[in-house]
Every structure is written in structure tokens, then in C-alpha cells.
Design a protein around this ligand. Structure first.
Ligand code: GRG
Length: 297
């Protein structure tokens, strides 16, 4: 599962480009209400890995599209992801003090503003997506519907709701999969699918990208669960050991560390297999899947 592609260089360039676009497209800190815009920017520019924009732009590349035209969509997905982290860290949810290597949004700005910063970023995501230029097969309605579906109550928000209700309860592997599919895979599917749409992909390509996003998303969450018990807070940039502390159902808790690693590797292999229709042109997606499987933070 390896290729010659220089992923490190590509990721560096892509992250810089996405950060520059986010900086240009989000309301500036000196725009009223200034505290709200400061709070939104505080979390967006706190040093996230930009995994979702990278997957989106790699999906554009696999379909032979123009990555520049997809930047508003890459920024939209990152805004939705950042909003979900801000809200997830709130006392009413995961109650966390540390994220992306710095104090969480509500610790700095207070709970009310943190809620509003999340709301602002979620809404801004749709405004960013409106900047995208439609292509032959897909229009703004397709993109907006996709954003709303994957981020909404049937997917990400729904996964968070069930996760919240499951706290402290013994849940089955099936239920855990249901949560992971929604909390994590949904935004990775959103990323691959929007990348495909921006590149005017075929139905067959969209299906392959959906399978890839789904499988990589599940593997990503299993690795996230593993890192929570094997890495330090400093390394992760967020509080380590939180899952055990909160008695959260995770793959390591349900099936053990070794079996969890094996499952993540199997899912990554299946994700690779779903890319066969690209005939070797999905090199960046392949390299990303491998990197995400072997990551240490
Ligand atoms: C609050 C509506 C709402 C949803 C929250 C995304 C989420 C659902 C909760 C965050 C906690 C969590 C375990 C989410 C699963 C996805 C995940 C592993 C997020 C962390 O993503 P990274 O590692 O983070 O890409 P960075 O900071 O690098 O962007």
C-alpha cells in the first residue's frame, strides 16, 4: 500500500492554500461583532490537520478536476468540522479544556460566544459553498443538499446525539459503528463527494469516492480511539485518555487494541480497493489513506 507520491510536500502546499483561502473568505477580526469573528478565527486557525480539505482536493485530483475551483468547498467543510469541534468541547457535551494545542473556544471566549462561533462557522460554510462555480453534472442545489445532509440530524449531528445518549451505557459494536459512521465518516464522505462533484465526476466515480470516504472515515475514528489511549495530550493537542475517563464506548474498549488496529488496517485496504476504477490516478487519496492509518496524532 505505498506509492512514490511526495505527500508531505503536497500536504504542506495544500494546507497553506486552504489556510490562505479561509483567511480571505471568513469575516476579518475587525469586522463587527469583533469578538464573535475573533472567536470563529481562533478555532479555525488553531492548527488543525486540515484532513477534510486535503481529502476533498485529493478527490478533485483523482477525477482530473481543477483544485482551485474547489477551494470554497474545501473551506466550507473545514468550517463545519471546526464548528463541530467547538460545540463538542462545550461543558454540555464533552466538556474539554484543550483542543488543537490550545485552550478550547469556550475557555477563552465563554460558553455563549463559543456556541455562536460554532453557529457562525456552520452558516458561513453555506455562504462559502455559494462561491463555488457549478459544473455540468452538479449545481449549487446538489452541493448544498450534500452539505446539509452530511452535517445534519441524519448524519453528523445525529451521530453526536446518539453518542450523547449512550454515555455511561454499554453499547454493542453495531451501535458504536452507527455512531462512528455519522460522527466521523459523514464528513469524510462529504469531503470525497464534494471533491468529486467539483471535478464533474461520473456516477461511477462518485460511488467509488463515497465508498472510500466511508471506509477511511471509520478507520480514522478507530485510529482516533487508539491514539486516545496510546498518546499524550501534548502529542494529540487535545486531552488524551478522555474516552476511558468518560467511560465512552470505543473500539479499543470493545475489542481491544490489537483487534482495533487490525480493523483499521482492513478498512483502509477496503478503501484502497474502492479506488480501482481510477486506474492508478487516485495516488493522493491512496497516500492520504496510508498516512491516516499510520498517524500518531
Ligand atoms: C457537536 C454537532 C456536533 C458534532 C460533533 C465531530 C464531532 C461531532 C465531535 C468531535 C469529537 C470527535 C471524536 C469527533 C470524531 C471526528 C474526529 C476524530 C475529529 C477530530 O478530527 P481531526 O483529528 O482534528 O481531523 P483536527 O483538529 O486535526 O482538525
Amino acid at each position: 500500500m505505498s506509492n512514490e507520491f511526495d505527500l508531505t510536500a503536497w500536504l504542506k502546499k495544500t494546507t497553506e492554500t486552504v489556510n490562505h483561502s479561509l483567511d480571505q473568505l471568513l469575516p476579518f477580526e475587525d469586522v463587527k461583532p469583533t469578538t464573535l469573528h475573533k472567536a470563529m478565527r481562533y478555532s479555525v486557525f488553531a492548527g488543525g490537520k486540515r484532513v477534510r480539505p486535503a481529502i476533498l482536493l485529493a478527490s478533485v485530483d483523482a477525477c482530473g478536476g481543477n483544485p482551485e475551483s474547489a477551494l470554497p468547498l474545501a473551506c466550507a467543510v473545514e468550517c463545519i468540522h471546526t464548528y463541530s469541534l467547538i460545540h463538542d468541547d462545550l461543558p454540555a457535551m464533552d466538556n474539554d479544556d484543550f483542543r488543537r494545542g490550545r485552550p478550547t473556544n469556550h475557555k477563552v471566549f465563554g460558553e455563549g460566544l463559543a456556541i455562536l462561533a460554532g453557529d457562525g462557522l456552520l452558516t458561513e460554510a453555506f455562504a462559502l459553498a455559494a462561491h463555488w462555480k457549478a459544473v455540468t453534472r452538479y449545481n449549487h442545489k446538489d452541493v448544498m443538499a450534500e452539505l446539509a445532509y452530511q452535517a445534519g440530524s441524519l448524519q453528523m449531528v445525529g451521530g453526536q446525539a446518539i453518542d450523547l445518549e449512550s454515555e455511561g451505557k454499554a453499547i454493542t459494536r453495531e451501535e458504536l459503528k452507527y455512531i462512528h459512521e455519522r460522527k466521523t465518516s459523514a464528513l469524510l464522505c462529504l469531503s470525497t463527494r464534494l471533491g468529486g462533484m467539483a471535478a464533474d465526476c461520473t456516477e461511477e466515480q462518485l460511488k467509488a469516492l463515497t465508498d472510500f470516504g466511508y471506509k477511511v472515515g471509520l478507520a480514522f475514528q478507530i485510529i482516533d480511539d487508539i491514539l486516545d489511549v496510546t498518546q499524550s495530550t501534548e502529542k494529540l493537542g487535545k486531552t488524551a485518555g478522555k474516552d476511558v475517563q468518560e467511560q465512552k464506548a470505543t473500539y479499543p474498549a470493545l475489542v481491544g487494541l490489537e483487534k482495533s488496529k487490525q480493523l483499521a488496517a482492513e478498512l483502509t485496504k477496503e478503501a484502497f480497493d474502492s479506488l480501482h476504477i481510477f486506474n492508478g490516478k487516485a495516488v493522493i487519496l491512496e497516500a492520504l489513506a496510508e498516512k491516516l492509518l499510520n498517524r500518531d496524532h
